[in-house]
Write a protein that binds this ligand. Sequence first.
Ligand SMILES: [Zn+2]
Length: 70
Amino acid sequence: MNSTKKCTCGFDINHPKIITKTNYSSFGWFLFTILGLSAKPYRIDYYCSECEEKIHSTYEPKILKKNVGR
Ligand SMILES: [Zn+2]
């Protein structure tokens, strides 16, 4: 995992300006949206809220678990 990557503004993954976007499979989306259950995302992307550059994405189960239901 390359956590030192920075966006054009120079923000890294730990910077408050970096926002996460969770991606759900269509089945996970269905559970979460229609049934209101917590679905685990399959991927999380990290975007800069300033320049909207994507600096990182992760499939790590440990991190995905922390973002359940977001
Ligand atoms: Zn940026």
